[in-house]
Ligand binder design. Structure first.
Ligand code: DC
Length: 227
């Protein structure tokens, strides 16, 4: 198991990925984007044309597909059966359907196992998702929970989409975000919630740099008290 495990959980578009990546860079740690795993299984299921609400079908897809996750430049590189799908897993259809994969307790168990295996091979790791501090790594050295107002998260997601040339209204984006919050918080397995020992950071009025600096300070303080 890695010597330093930092978990960052939080709702959709709360800035977890960017912050986790930058924090990992500063700490010389590996970065694990667990949402990319749920997205990869979702894309494989869409391509296999299975019933997304049938857990057995989803498990079959998982068992018959080869997934590869590696810490690429700036983001997790993902391959399905040897083909790079790093960009494709971000398509809106995948985003919308991932909740079915996320709702399956059996699939979650398998993905959590893969996450722990990934961590086992690393010296230091910053891992982000919805259940990293609560389920995957309950004994993590440091746990954070990032949140922000839905309207601010919608604004950030809109800017991200604009940069890719996609135009969507704020109302539409905020509606989709609130729907994802509901489904992330409401599922029985690995629901989205802060771990009891997580530091909760509301990022609504903070820049990415400010959030990273705050998290880094917490990690440094913790490391000092450990020494
Ligand atoms: O963070 P993201 O938007 O890339 O996540 C994609 C989907 O995976 C989303 O529906 C939430 C789900 N997810 C999860 O259930 N547990 C995780 N640890 C990470 C993501």
């Amino acid at each position: 198991m890695a010597k330093l495990i930092i978990t960052i959980d939080g709702p959709a578009a709360s800035g977890k990925s960017t912050v986790a990546r930058l924090l990992a860079e500063k700490l010389g740690a590996s970065f694990l984007d667990t949402g990319a795993m749920y997205r990869a299984v979702t894309l494989a299921a869409i391509r296999a044309n299975v019933d997304m609400t049938d857990e057995d079908d989803l498990l079959e897809v998982m068992a018959t597909t080869e997934f590869q996750f590696s810490a690429g430049q700036g983001k997790m590189a993902v391959c399905i059966d040897g083909i790079d799908v790093t960009e494709q897993i971000r398509q809106p259809q995948v985003t919308a359907s991932a909740r079915h994969v996320a709702a399956s307790a059996k699939l979650r168990e398998k993905l959590v196992e893969m996450q722990r295996q990934f961590a086992a091979g690393e010296e230091k790791i910053v891992t982000e998702g919805r259940d990293q501090g609560t389920v995957a790594f309950p004994n993590a050295d440091m746990k954070f929970y990032l949140t922000a107002d839905p309207s601010e998260r919608a604004r950030r997601r809109q800017a991200e989409l604009r940069a890719k040339g996609d135009i969507e209204s704020l109302e539409q984006i905020q509606g989709a975000i609130e729907q994802r919050d509901k489904s992330d918080e409401g599922r029985a397995a690995g629901p989205l919630r802060p771990a009891n020992d997580a530091i909760v950071v509301d990022t609504t009025d903070l820049s990415v740099e400010e959030v990273v600096a705050r998290l880094l300070r917490c990690v440094e303080e913790k490391c000092q008290t450990k020494d």
